[in-house]
Design a binder for this molecule. Structure first.
Ligand code: GDP
Length: 365
């Protein structure tokens, strides 16, 4: 399963946030594909469409989809040189599919900051630099090998060397791989390197209780936003401390608490949604009277693969998928009405599933 890793310097609020995640988190029993590991938190993906479908179909039960956050502890300055838990830290990052970097944007004299002062950009750069240095080392090693072949005019090697040199140049000017503009062919090579800085990133600006309702007044948040725009990254503002309180609430209680705070949606819900997109994930639905359920697929997946998310037999024996777009089903009001309106399509093996498709798979057993 795809996972988003949570990283950050010490004392920025990672554990507080991760506790909120596990607190709000889903029962792993409902999601057998998820990893059971103390460093992994399973979250359900909030989706208003699932609520609407439930009202429409009135099923016996409704099951949201879920994915994982992984808590990655232990970054310190010098990680790329193996300091602290350095190498372990880097290898954990290598295993995640996207990075959520928690950045301290709250001032609190009682809580020490590792660098002595609150400076979000400096914090971000400290972590990014460790990752860039680790990538630079990988690329230099590779250049050593590929360079020899390129000298012998090996065409593929010459092409690869070009990509490696582009990466090296970026790293030497402190730029992560995700900011380099590659052609599609070059990107294939860059991706095959399993670099740390090519992974998509979002910054989680952790603000104080006083700033959640109106984070624009927080100058640290402004700085992070400006930095992120240059870094091809998104920013989510949360107050980890409050999130851990919200996470203990549900339904109306949660709504009321959010209203009191003057926010529409909890920061954690925003983070979950943003991380889900960052991972390149999307949702399709199945809607039967027994169960209305959301399923996760990777954008670009075809109908049989999506059927395989439910069960491998569905993929093996795939015949076709009755498909209706969520909006069309909602407009029609019932599945029968949607069929009469000609909105339900029969899609075959080559169909690329879209976010929001409501699907019924036909398969041979
Ligand atoms: P970690 O080292 O990054 O895991 O940081 P922790 O989650 O342990 O947080 C470090 C300290 O900052 C703890 O004392 C937290 O209570 C405090 N803290 C975390 N988030 C917030 C926040 O949003 N506001 C305030 N005021 N304190 C926070």
């Amino acid at each position: 399963a795809l996972t988003a890793g949570i990283v950050g310097l010490p004392n920025v609020g990672k554990s507080t946030l991760f506790n909120a995640i596990t607190q709000a988190g889903a029962e792993s029993a409902n999601y057998p594909f998820c990893t059971i590991d103390p460093n992994v938190g399973i979250v359900e993906v909030p989706d208003h469409r699932l609520t609407k479908l439930t009202e429409l179909v009135q099923p016996k039960k409704t099951v949201p989809t879920a994915f994982e956050f992984t808590d990655i502890a232990g970054i310190v300055k010098g990680a790329s040189k193996g300091e602290g838990l350095g190498n372990k830290f880097l290898s954990h990052i290598r295993e995640v599919d996207a990075i959520c970097q928690v950045v301290r944007c709250f001032a609190d004299d009682n809580i020490t900051h590792v660098a002595g002062k609150v400076d979000p950009i400096d914090d971000i750069e400290t972590i990014n630099l460790e990752l860039i240095l680790a990538d630079l080392e990988s690329v230099e090693k590779r250049i050593g090998r590929v360079g020899k072949l390129a000298k012998q005019k090996d065409k593929e090697a010459v092409f690869e060397l070009e990509v490696l040199e582009m990466l090296k140049e970026a790293f030497e000017s402190d730029k992560p791989a995700r900011t380099v503009e590659f052609t599609e062919e070059q990107m294939k090579i860059a991706k095959s390197m399993h670099l740390l800085t090519i992974k998509p990133v979002l910054y989680v600006a952790n603000v104080s209780e006083d700033d959640v309702a109106d984070p624009s007044s927080n100058e640290y948040v402004q700085q992070v936003r400006e930095f992120a725009a240059k870094d091809n990254a998104e920013v989510i503002v949360i107050c980890a401390k409050i999130e851990s309180e919200i996470a203990e609430l549900e339904g109306e209680e949660k709504e009321m608490f959010l209203q009191e705070l003057g926010i529409e949606e909890s920061g954690l819900d925003q983070l979950i949604r943003a991380a889900y997109h960052l991972l390149g994930l999307a949702t399709y639905f199945t809607a039967g009277v027994q169960e209305v359920r959301a399923w996760t697929f990777r954008k670009g997946m075809k109908a049989p693969q999506c059927a395989g998310v439910i069960h491998s037999d569905f993929e093996k024996g795939f015949i076709r998928a009755e498909t209706v777009a969520y909006e069309d089903l909602l407009d029609a009001g019932t599945m029968t009405a949607a069929k009469e309106a000609g909105k339900v399509r029969l899609e075959g093996k080559e169909y690329i599933v879209k976010d929001g498709d409501v699907m019924h798979f036909r398969f041979n057993v």
